[in-house]
Write a protein that binds this ligand. Structure first.
Ligand code: AMP
Ligand code: ZN
Ligand code: FE
Ligand code: FE
Length: 285
């Protein structure tokens, strides 16, 4: 039987709703053989996930890095999945620390803008929702839901709320610097949902060509935010560049509707990914 491999999942270390411990049992229940923990800009969930990993489930330790491409007239935000890197690499630690700090400043600013418009949401409750994890807009969405202003996380991302009206940029890592840092830390990078037009502006294929030359390992093609034609486009681009193609759920617990294992990565691609890492942060199990 083919193994079921899901390389993109969030926990309460960022904006997922399951703790890393719960994520491990949910992965086993979902029948996964391999799961990656990829919280936004943090490795804080790694230890608890490793402790809770059930036998028969392999754990890939990773993160989803908030990056920016400065080559466009207006810089574009994008997400890089990073796997099997050394979590103590000083420059990488510094970059992640800076982004997490900026996430707090930015969320507090969004709350001030909302309050200035008379909405009764507080920074305190956002911090409570984030519960020590990397603060993200889904935590502000929770406050909007609590205040009865919207009925779901998805609704909170509409243009009149977090999608545009109350959109505030955060500091992000230059995407080429991110690829370089993760490689220096012995890890591997995959461009997350590169064609997800429904999330905002996307980058051109030219950038992906340059990232490939800079050492990018793969592209996430099978993702719920990609239409069938977007998936085929990503697959064709990857094959023309010799990049690997992954598929993943981007599970966020109840913050999103997608289930663990809803999208998967082929075993041969996973083997190639592991082989491309330095081995200093091995797959567990
Ligand atoms: P942030 O990292 O704080 O900018 O927030 C981005 C996160 O918000 C993403 O990782 C998703 O989890 C979530 N998100 C972004 N767009 C949407 C959307 N349209 N509906 C629901 N969640 C979204
Ligand atoms: Zn997220
Ligand atoms: Fe993402
Ligand atoms: Fe994600």
């Amino acid at each position: 039987m083919d193994s079921r491999i899901d390389l993109h999942a969030h926990s309460t270390a960022s904006d997922g709703t399951l703790t890393p411990t719960e994520l491990m049992s949910a992965a086993a229940t979902a029948g996964l053989d391999v799961v990656a923990i990829t919280d936004h800009d943090t490795t804080a969930g790694w230890a608890a996930a490793a402790d809770a990993r059930p036998p028969g489930l392999a754990l890939v330790r990773g993160a989803e890095l908030s990056c920016r491409w400065y080559g466009a007239r207006q810089p574009i935000s994008l997400h890089l999945l990073a796997y099997l890197f050394d979590p103590t690499h000083p420059d990488l630690v510094a970059a992640l620390t800076r982004v997490r700090a900026s996430r707090e400043v930015r969320a507090e600013r969004i709350i001030s803008l909302l309050r200035a418009d008379g909405y009764d949401v507080t920074w305190d409750e956002v911090l409570r929702f984030a519960d020590g994890g990397s603060v993200g807009r889904p935590h502000i969405a929770q406050a909007l839901i609590r205040a009865g202003l919207v009925s779901s996380t998805a609704a909170a991302f509409a243009p009149e709320w977090l999608g545009q009206r109350y959109r505030v940029p955060k500091e992000e890592i230059d995407v080429f610097e991110a690829v370089r840092l993760v490689r220096a830390a012995g890890g591997v990078t995959v461009f997350a949902h590169p064609r997800a037009t429904r999330r905002g502006r996307i980058v051109s294929d030219d950038l992906i060509v340059s990232l490939s030359a800079a050492g990018l390992f793969g592209l996430e093609a099978d993702h719920t935010d990609h239409s069938p034609s977007e998936r085929s486009h990503v697959q064709a681009l990857a094959s023309s560049l010799g990049l690997a193609v992954t598929g993943s759920s981007d599970f966020h617990g109840t913050h999103k509707v997608v289930g663990l294992g809803a999208e998967t990565t082929a075993p041969a691609v996973f083997e190639r990914l592991v082989a491309a890492s330095s081995g200093k942060t091995p797959v567990l199990g």
